[in-house]
Design a binder for this molecule. Structure first.
Ligand SMILES: Cc1cc2nc3c(=O)[nH]c(=O)nc-3n(C[C@H](O)[C@H](O)[C@H](O)COP(=O)(O)OP(=O)(O)OC[C@H]3O[C@@H](n4cnc5c(N)ncnc54)[C@H](O)[C@@H]3O)c2cc1C
Length: 414
């Protein structure tokens, strides 16, 4: 498969765009691989790509039960940022943002990164102090961030409610934060991994594990048995169900997280605006739709639609911040199943089951982590030891009491 370039685009345009080669081939599964990655979301595909690219391990299969990107990686609100409070999260997410900044070139696929700034609003002086503390922590960790006055906020966001019931008293911004196109991230990694020889097997559901003593040495699928000495689970909201089949209990709760989009309108919101107190965040997509998200439905569920009371609460919160949006019609609402860990920090690395690795617990915020998640899991699978950036994210932290409570520290975990 050759590279995309201006010359190729022009050539294909002259031929009516009828002769582009297929990007993905339906790979039939082989009987054995060096590594099996379960889950064809962003994390699984990025892991496979970096295994092939950085470690030369190309006998890799990504097994996806539906089609790539049909899980949370194609359902999220696309926010990327690295303004985390605790040092391990800060280092990890900033590495991810750095990788995003070069991703279109790396993958030869435009992921449409738009670093338009991600703004947090404060609605009282206590919240403002928390934002100041978080911004100071970012700067101490080498991550960009600055405080904004109310005047600056209203200048940047003219549509913001000046008479909000919870008055806006200031805010903070990470200018390197923003959004990118989630389908492009999935397709970019899939295409690049395929080019390096990775097999992406769609319609292949993992239903069980092949054991040799304590170790897992393969998987049972609807398309037969496939063997590999290293198996990585990257199945987001279904991590507990699948890990249990390998005898591993993960401390995760699966809940629905909703999002919705309005009809498209002319550009009127330049940044991503987030309010932890009112609990909503909004950005405007390149197509003009207002993309609205909020908190997870607070009960365990595997229904990928979400409950109406939360939809209503998200809309109410959005209108509290932007009363003018009441004239917009909602076009679509949907949900994904997110896997929330007790400290809202991911669980990555080796497990007590030999041969089994996990990449899960992303909760409401794993899209921004896809490039670094893939890079660090690939290192971990290739070497058998956790990458230094994810040493603190191991499962053993729950036994040792070394929790990294980003939800409590930042007040929001998206
Ligand atoms: C509404 C919503 C908004 C969000 N907004 C943001 C945001 O703005 N910013 C952010 O950073 N994060 C956000 N997230 C979270 C983010 O989308 C996820 O954390 C991230 O996409 C997880 O990627 P993944 O590759 O681990 O999982 P997924 O993309 O869910 O991929 C897992 C794949 O595993 C497959 N699978 C499951 N079981 C099996 C099996 N037995 N065999 C084979 N395949 C299987 C699934 O079909 C799925 O395709 C949001 C999530 C939702 C739902």
């Amino acid at each position: 498969m050759s590279k995309y370039s201006f010359a190729r685009l022009a050539l294909h345009a002259l031929r009516g765009h009828r002769h582009w080669p297929r990007v993905l081939h339906d790979a039939p599964p082989k009987p054995t691989y060096d590594v099996i990655v379960v889950g064809g979301g962003g994390h699984g595909l990025a892991t496979a790509y970096f295994l092939a690219k950085q470690h030369g391990i190309r006998r890799v299969a990504v097994l996806e039960r539906t089609a790539i990107g049909h899980g949370n990686s194609g359902r999220n609100t696309q926010v990327s940022r690295s303004d985390y409070f605790h040092l391990p999260s800060s280092k990890f997410y900033d590495r991810s943002l750095q990788l995003y900044e070069g991703l279109s070139r790396e993958l030869n696929f435009n992921v449409m990164l738009s670093q338009r700034g991600k703004i947090n609003l404060a609605h009282d002086t206590h919240e403002l102090e928390i934002l100041r503390r978080a911004t100071n922590a970012c700067r101490a960790n080498g991550v960009d961030g600055e405080m904004l006055t109310t005047d600056e906020l209203y200048r940047l966001i003219p549509a913001l409610n000046r008479r909000a019931r919870f008055p806006i008293v200031g805010g903070s911004v990470q200018w390197r934060g923003g959004i990118s196109r989630h389908d492009a991230v999935v397709w970019g990694f899939a295409r690049a991994a395929t080019q390096l020889g990775v097999d992406i097997v769609q319609g292949c559901e993992v239903r069980g594990f092949v054991r040799d003593g304590d170790a897992v040495v393969g998987v049972e699928t609807n398309r037969g048995r496939i063997a590999a000495p290293r198996i990585c689970l990257a199945v987001a909201g279904h991590s507990t169900q699948l890990a249990r089949k390998a005898g591993l209990d993960l401390p995760l709760t699966s809940m629905a997280l909703q999002a919705m989009v309005s009809e498209p309108v002319k550009p009127m919101l330049d940044q991503v605006v987030m309010s932890a107190k009112i609990h909503v965040y909004v950005s405007q997509s390149d197509r003009g739709e207002m993309v609205i998200g909020g908190g997870a439905d607070v009960y365990a569920s595997y229904a990928q639609r979400g409950g109406l009371p939360v939809t209503e609460a998200n809309v109410q919160a959005c209108l509290e911040l932007f009363p003018a949006f009441s004239r917009l019609r909602l076009m679509r609402q949907w949900a994904g199943i997110v896997d929330i860990s007790p400290d809202t920090t991911p669980i990555m690395g080796t497990t007590p089951v030999p041969g089994l690795y996990v990449n899960c617990g992303w909760g409401t915020g794993g899209y921004k982590a896809i490039p670094a998640g893939g890079e660090t899991m690939a290192y971990t699978l290739a070497t058998g030891r956790p990458h230094p950036l994810i040493e603190a994210f191991g499962l053993e932290r729950f036994e040792q009491g070394r929790l990294i409570d980003e939800g409590a520290a930042a007040g929001v975990a998206h």
